[in-house]
Write a protein that binds this ligand. Sequence first.
Ligand SMILES: Cc1cc2nc3c(=O)[nH]c(=O)nc-3n(C[C@H](O)[C@H](O)[C@H](O)COP(=O)(O)OP(=O)(O)OC[C@H]3O[C@@H](n4cnc5c(N)ncnc54)[C@H](O)[C@@H]3O)c2cc1C
Length: 436
Amino acid sequence: MIILQKYDVVVVGGGVAGLTAAIYAIQAGMTTLVIEKQDRLGGRAMTNKKKGAYFNLGAHALYFGDAYKTFSELGLSLKGGKPSIDGYGIWKGKLVAMPTGVKSLFTTPLLSLKGKVELASWFAKLGKLDTTKYNSMSMREWLEENIKDPMLRNIFYALLRTASYVVSPDLLAAGPALQQLKSALKGILYLDRGWGAIVDELQEKAEQLGVHFLTHSKVDCINHQHNIIQNVLCSDGTLIEAKYVIITTSPATAYQLVKDAKKTSLLTWKEQAIEITAACLDVALRKLPVPNQQVVFGIDQTVFLTNQSRGAYLSDDGAQVISLLKYQGQETDSNKDLQDLEQTLDLVQPGWRQELIVKQYLPKMTVSYDFPHMNRTEHPGPAIPEIKGLYVAGEWATHGELLVDAATASAKRAIQHIKMVEGSGVEMNFGYRNII
Ligand SMILES: Cc1cc2nc3c(=O)[nH]c(=O)nc-3n(C[C@H](O)[C@H](O)[C@H](O)COP(=O)(O)OP(=O)(O)OC[C@H]3O[C@@H](n4cnc5c(N)ncnc54)[C@H](O)[C@@H]3O)c2cc1C
């Protein structure tokens, strides 16, 4: 057994949440180690380069939410572009103008005059809407109470699905989803060289500040004694003593790693979690067969297409990198999903096969291990109240944020709690719970 030096903070997992937590921990003066089981950092924010094209693990857009603020505060360059989200909708097998802006609102054949007036009034008031009022209402309830025109409701469903990745309006909490939609309508950022650029800069920043990393090292067990955190054991026998441990894996893995987890809140958090998954098809094309069709929202189908190259540098030789998503429910069929995605590409970019340089198909990516939904009994984290010194972060540990915003916000919550404990010099806040 190899015993490493004792660290103030050990972070399990080197994705966005883990890297963010590590940077804030070391900035607070605590010695910090990140342990990542893969041989490189980034988790689901990784980018892979194939034949000169940069492929994220499925379409990735940075909203102007917590993650953007956090990365800016940390001095990341965030190079890229803010493309227009004006595009088309797929309705009854045809492409029609999607009313996401002023011009398309006038031209779309999807809405009657009454529907257009209703949407225009929503564009005017959505920016000022206090979405927190709808945190305990489902998305479907909100839409049925607030949107009169049935076709406009379909359009809202499609936009909210794109912003949240969730296909179940009965489960999705309306407040967080509307907040995300508000943010999306203000614009999104596509990053040059993909999200791997964020990971590289976070890693560089962490290394400069003195964070240590163990990659290709899988944590097998997190030990505590008398309900106080003691150490972390890796599968190669490396043992690391720690004052604080922040777990950024999935809730199911967190539950497996912690000794006697069934006596902790991890049991509830694991059991209440509902995973969001998507089938992802990414293609690099020499050129676009139909240059003006770059963004397409499925209205009566759960698909989305975006040419990310319209906003960012994603290829070294000028190829166009298009990402397609199929939002999945509980039942998934890998072949059918691929067929649906290719059919969407046939409709939007006929002849794409002749222009294909390289493609990537990921049949079932976990977009989020959990999200703000109606069956939740409590918000996970930051502290695991039953064990002193043990924390969770990651997008599933959301207190209302969605996707990567929840990853950064939860990481900062964990560090803030640790700082509070360190600063107060008093016993940790046992019994700290976030009941909704
Ligand atoms: C297809 C797709 C599209 C997305 N689109 C968007 C988008 O448009 N906008 C947006 O904001 N977000 C988007 N996301 C979500 C975003 O990618 C995630 O929220 C974010 O990357 C999650 O970071 P994380 O650190 O919480 O988790 P992860 O990235 O999963 O990091 C956890 C890390 O822990 C490691 N690990 C697990 N077990 C162990 C162990 N036992 N020992 C050591 N290490 C371990 C894993 O290898 C991993 O690196 C998308 C995700 C997907 C998959």
